[in-house]
Design a protein around this ligand. Structure first.
Ligand code: F1P
Length: 348
């Protein structure tokens, strides 16, 4: 086994540091070519992991900048453009793709160039010289976050971090930029704990997993599910945390492990949901901060470092969830580097 996946999971602190070094200059160059107004709308798009990234990015971006932001799968841009694009607001589309060669992303970019010329498109990719880079006037390229693996781990967190940095810069939130700059060190310090989390919760026989998250963490929960599915084929699903009671809770059994990506702001809601899941015999694991007093006393808590806002902490949830998928795959005898039925890029 070459173990590219494990290497890339562990490379996140170092690669985040690199991203934070190169993004400011790249953004300054891009920004010069854009005419932004208070009513500019931002659309984030991609496929698979890059779509889930788009979902988190849109929520984080709107929260910090106040600009309308939404996320759509790349195919929707050329299949259903009139239900996706605004008729009135000037629009910027972030087209996200690790490879920069996924067909739907390139087709979306072409469609915008041909039919919606006023829309500015910014390509976000980890592959220098890719078609996405060539076909977009503006692009953000993070080659140090490229991967040998099929499954995306560090590319997800690095591209999300880059977009967060842009949001914070646009909003002139130096406090948040300072928080983002602390992430590499905090991730480094918590990496061993994240690996231990993966070993603990990925190494037993639970047949099914559910991931829950609110707001921007919903996209992270989706991505955690995709990682587990790609690497292990284990049954797993994701929901908005408070939506879970509205039907999905029916499938909870003693063997169901419900992993909640818990923020600090809504801890009481999370706690009450956790108790309801336990009341129907489900196992609950919360990922939250050490000082989250409402949840810290609960059973099954994985403590993330303190001292960051919920907004800035987002990518810090991911290494533990990457390790979980990796450990589960190893336990089941799968090669995490070679997921079933998948290749790095989908070409239509
Ligand atoms: C997107 C993607 C991956 C997925 C699979 C196929 O790739 O859907 O998320 O794991 O390998 O491609 P990209 O457009 O970000 O390169």
């Amino acid at each position: 086994m070459k173990n590219h996946t494990l290497t890339e999971i562990k490379n996140q602190p170092a690669s985040w540091e690199q991203t934070l070094k190169i993004v400011p200059q790249q953004w300054r160059d891009i920004e010069k070519g854009l005419t932004l107004s208070p009513n500019t709308k931002f659309i984030f798009t991609g496929c698979g992991t890059s779509f889930y990234l788009a979902q988190s990015a849109a929520r984080l971006f709107q929260t910090v900048t106040g600009h309308d932001a939404s996320a759509v799968p790349a195919s929707e841009i050329f299949l259903n453009d009139m239900s996706v694009l605004s008729r009135v607001a000037p629009t910027v589309v972030f087209a996200i793709s690790r490879s920069g060669t996924t067909s739907e992303v390139l087709m979306a970019v072409d469609h915008l160039a041909q039919h919606h010329r006023a829309v500015d498109v910014i390509g976000v990719t980890c592959t220098a010289g890719s078609t996405l880079e060539k076909n977009t006037r503006h692009h953000m390229v993070l080659p140090h976050a490229a991967e040998e693996s099929v499954v995306m781990t560090q590319s997800f967190t690095n591209m999300l971090l880059a977009i967060q940095w842009i949001g914070a810069a646009l909003a002139m939130r130096t406090d948040l930029i300072e928080e983002l700059e602390r992430l590499p060190e905090l991730a480094d310090q918590s990496l061993a704990g994240a690996e231990h989390f993966g070993k603990t919760y990925g190494a037993d026989d639970d047949p099914s997993f559910i991931f829950l998250g609110l707001g921007a963490y919903y996209g992270l929960a989706a991505e955690a599910t995709l990682k587990l599915k790609e690497m292990t084929q284990v049954p797993c699903e994701y929901y908005n945390t408070l939506e879970f009671r509205h039907g999905p809770i029916s499938i909870v059994r003693a063997s169901t492990r419900v992993i909640i990506l818990a923020d600090e702001a809504h801890a009481t809601y999370t706690q009450s949901l956790a108790r309801d899941v336990r009341a129907v015999e489900g196992q609950v694991v919360c990922l939250t901060t050490q000082s989250n007093s409402t949840l810290a006393a609960e059973r099954g808590v994985f403590a993330l470092p303190d001292g960051l806002s919920d907004w800035s902490r987002a990518v810090l949830y991911m290494p533990a969830l990457h390790f979980l998928a990796y450990e589960k795959a190893t336990q089941l005898g799968f090669d995490p580097d070679a997921p079933r039925n998948l290749s790095q890029v989908v070409i239509l």
